[in-house]
Design a protein around this ligand. Structure first.
Ligand SMILES: C[S@@+](CC[C@H](N)C(=O)[O-])C[C@H]1O[C@@H](n2cnc3c(N)ncnc32)[C@H](O)[C@@H]1O
Length: 229
């Protein structure tokens, strides 16, 4: 029943189409436009380490944390020279600060309450260099999830309410299938923006894709942001 246990084995196969290379380019483009030299990056909720794989050539000091040991095993195998450890966005602690922190592909949605979102963003802020940049994304209530489908043998059975998406995954295994229940809280831009402002982020850029800013009045299914203290 544990999240990202059995599912870790098929995660990369299922999300091969996720645009990690484009995400890395987007991050590097913003970092270079900002002009502050970047030598360290922390990927919070790094999963199987694919984003770090695309960033480490430009940022050799990449660190990844995640609550799933199973996901971290894949991350380490992909990036043997980088440091990974089991830790939560809510409570991680490093003695150093980072030039950039990333929290990509729904990690923030896994926080079930606005209070937890605030704690997580404050912790991220506390680990960011004064000149650093925080990159994140989240699914919004405007996202419509496909209710039921099967991909790479995994059955996805979802239910959606205005503020949450719950999906029951049935993952085939040798003896008997594993079942994982994943729940994403769907956050509005206003909720995330308020948490960022309360934590001390003063400048925030909002994107609806890696190349397009969110325009006034637009309600994209997911939002990407870059935030500065
Ligand atoms: C959809 S995956 C995204 C993984 C990775 N960022 C990527 O882009 O592929 C969500 C990840 O968030 C991790 N996660 C969930 N709650 C977390 C928490 N409180 N702290 C750190 N990681 C968490 C999960 O274990 C999982 O690896």
């Amino acid at each position: 029943m544990k999240q990202y246990g059995a599912f870790s084995k098929v995660y990369d196969e299922i999300y091969l189409a996720k645009k990690y290379r484009e995400y890395a380019r987007f991050i590097l483009r913003i970092l270079s436009a900002h002009g502050h030299p970047v030598s360290s990056l922390l990927d919070v909720g790094c999963g199987t380490g694919t984003l770090i794989r695309y960033l480490k050539k430009d940022i050799p000091d990449c660190t990844g944390i995640d609550t799933s040991v199973a996901m971290l095993k894949y991350a380490k195998a992909k990036n043997p020279k980088q440091y990974f450890r089991k830790d939560s966005v809510l409570s991680f602690s490093f003695r150093k600060k980072f030039d950039a922190i990333t929290c990509t592909f729904d990690v923030l949605n896994y926080l079930p309450t606005v209070r937890q979102l605030e704690v997580a963003i404050r912790n991220i802020r506390d680990h960011l260099d004064e000149q650093g940049v925080f990159f994140g994304d989240f699914n919004t209530p405007d996202k419509v999830f496909v209710p039921n489908f099967t991909q790479k043998g995994v059955d996805f059975i979802s239910t959606q309410t205005p503020s949450a998406w719950t999906v029951r995954l049935r993952i085939p295994e040798k003896n008997r299938p594993s079942v994982e229940i994943h729940r994403e809280r769907l956050y509005t831009r206003e909720q995330v923006e308020l948490s960022l402002r309360q934590a001390g982020f003063k400048r925030i850029e909002w994107y609806k894709s890696f190349s397009k800013r969110q325009r006034k009045g637009e309600k994209p299914p997911r939002l990407i942001f870059a935030a500065w203290i």
